[in-house]
Ligand binder design. Structure first.
Ligand SMILES: [Ca+2]
Ligand SMILES: [Ca+2]
Ligand SMILES: [Ca+2]
Length: 461
């Protein structure tokens, strides 16, 4: 009875017009509150006035480094990988989980006390996440006759750019649609100190956002049980160290906010990447499972060596109450790929984040509906713990709540919606029924007088 109700509701949702009676502003505010509510319940009122840039910065500053108990025992070192530094090339394992993107702002952050003398009235400010700290930066076209495009980082956090290195941008003409400048390699080493830092290329498009990419990575081989594996480490958070392990939650399924490990498990000399989680490129964790055997990995600060030991984890159980699902998990214990129906999974104790999930539901008419989780929509599944000898259980999937959202920027109104499952997990609207895509739902925007202000059809993306 329950299940039938669910599908009736879903069918209604997709076949009838969804009435969205609200003002765009009110909905945007609700959404901002709902999104920040899960991690920062106490400050939602004060956050209402913050810009997305400020919310982003604040959430990062509040992210605390956690020390996880080691829920495993490990024997002596059985293998050591030696890794050398190699430049990034097209087949490097760096492009998929290692790119950081940050929006810019025209408002000078209070931490910055000055701007360079040749900066225009409204230069562009940004932050870049480096290890556990955020570094402020500025980029602009110089008002001096040479008109050079420049970038500075406040690496020592003293609010001054005058004691920092200047980087000049070169125009990347391969990007035709946006005017993109590349800076770097930019060093994150603190000005005036001998402490080693990391480095990145910073690309700036139209001044609205920057992307940061590694310049190099570490690569070598390890022999386990007589088999050699190509292995690589990426200093994804640009702090010059290669051993920041994953701690849930991830920013999204492309941004684990830690360093990254790649291992050529299938021996085809490539680091394969199907989709986040189902791949040979993963966030760095304490353990790795290879052919049913767990190994612990101790990574040297500089990424030059990884020591492998045979490990015996303590196990706990994950239950999705019998649902048919295929999911990938990132963990501080060991990354996992799971699938099945009507079963529970034994996992090494540790902290986990589900990064991809395909859920299949069969309704009373025998139709099979497949739902795919969104990139940053794991809800409660995005941060949970498996404890030794205990079962962690989630009720997921329908009945769904549909949630619409609007993004009103630069005169365009973007309307979207997704489906929210019982654990707060979100699914993209493009569900399939018996393997076929269902028609796109329609929407109407009703203004405050009840008139239809706009209407259209959702496009699946
Ligand atoms: Ca400085
Ligand atoms: Ca690092
Ligand atoms: Ca491979």
């Amino acid at each position: 009875m329950m299940a039938k109700n669910v599908y009736i509701r879903y069918v209604i949702a997709i076949s009838m017009a969804i009435m969205i009676a609200f003002s765009a502003v009110a909905e945007a505010e609700n959404l901002a509150e709902a999104d920040s509510g899960s991690s920062q319940q106490s400050s939602s009122a004060s956050q209402k006035k913050l810009t997305p840039y400020e919310i982003l910065r604040r959430s990062k500053l509040q992210r605390a480094a956690e020390k996880t108990p080691e829920n495993f025992s490990a024997g002596p070192v059985i293998a050591e990988a030696r890794l050398t530094t190699v430049p990034v090339s097209r087949d490097s394992p760096t492009g998929l989980l290692a790119m950081q993107r940050q929006d810019t702002t025209l408002v000078r952050p209070p931490e910055l006390q000055e701007q360079p003398a040749d900066a225009p009235k409204e230069p562009v400010y940004f932050v870049v996440r480096v290890g556990d700290r955020d570094i402020h930066g500025i980029t602009y076209r110089s008002i001096s006759p040479n008109g050079l495009v420049k970038l500075y980082l406040d690496t020592d956090g003293d609010g001054l750019f005058s004691n920092e290195k200047e980087y000049l941008g070169t125009w990347l003409s391969i990007f035709q649609l946006t005017r993109t400048y590349r800076f770097g390699p930019v060093s994150t080493q603190k000005a005036g100190t001998g402490t080693k830092g990391g480095s990145f290329y910073a690309d700036c498009s139209n001044g609205q956002w920057l992307t940061f990419d590694p310049v190099s990575y570490r690569r070598g081989k390890v022999v386990l049980e007589g088999k050699a594996y190509e292995i690589a480490l990426v200093d994804t958070d640009f702090d010059g160290k290669y051993n920041k392990y994953f701690v849930p939650p991830a920013a999204d399924s492309r941004d684990p906010q830690c360093d990254v490990l790649a291992i050529d498990l299938n021996g085809d000399s490539k680091f394969n990447f199907e989709q986040p989680g189902e791949s040979e490129i993963m966030p760095l964790s304490r353990l790795i499972e290879i052919k049913g055997q767990y190994y612990s990995m101790d990574v040297a600060d500089d990424g030059g060596t990884i020591e492998f030991r045979q490990a015996r984890p303590q196990f706990g159980t994950l239950s999705l109450e019998g649902k048919q699902a295929k999911l990938a998990l990132w963990s501080d214990a060991a990354c996992q790929q799971l699938s099945g129906s009507g079963k529970n999974w034994n996992l090494p104790a540790g902290k986990y984040a589900v990064v991809t999930m395909d859920l299949t539901e069969t309704d009373s008419a025998g139709d099979r509906w497949a739902f795919k989780m969104t990139k940053a929509g794991a809800g409660k599944l995005g941060d949970f713990e498996i404890k030794p000898g205990q079962t962690t259980s989630f009720r997921i999937g329908p009945p769904f709540q549909t949630r619409s959202f609007m993004d009103n920027g630069e005169g365009n109104v973007l309307v979207g919606f997704d489906l929210k499952g019982q654990a707060g997990e979100r699914y993209v609207p493009g569900a399939t029924k018996n393997g076929k895509e269902v028609p796109e739902p329609q929407f109407k925007i009703i203004d405050s007088y009840g008139k239809v202000a706009n209407s259209g059809q959702f496009e699946f993306r």
